[in-house]
Design a protein around this ligand. Sequence first.
Ligand code: ZN
Ligand code: ZN
Length: 91
Amino acid sequence: MLKVVAPVEACSTCGARGWTICPTCQGATYVIMSGGRPLRPAASFEPDAAPCPTCRTYGAVICPECNGSGKLYQGHEYGSGRNRPLRPYAG
Ligand SMILES: [Zn+2]
Ligand SMILES: [Zn+2]
């Protein structure tokens, strides 16, 4: 039987999937680069399209809030980049 170590809730950033659509290419997997920066999403057949540097043509990235687990500890501060229990807990 699994032991619950800390209260968790579903991550609302990724809908508990653990991943989100790539913010750079919006899931298009290719982008138009301008001055070394991604300018806009692009289709792979566009003349100047380059593979998305963020997701490397995967189209999705690991959710930055929950680090791919799909779950967050209760009381998690969205945008903090930390997904940790508020208090230390014993096994
Ligand atoms: Zn991308
Ligand atoms: Zn998430």
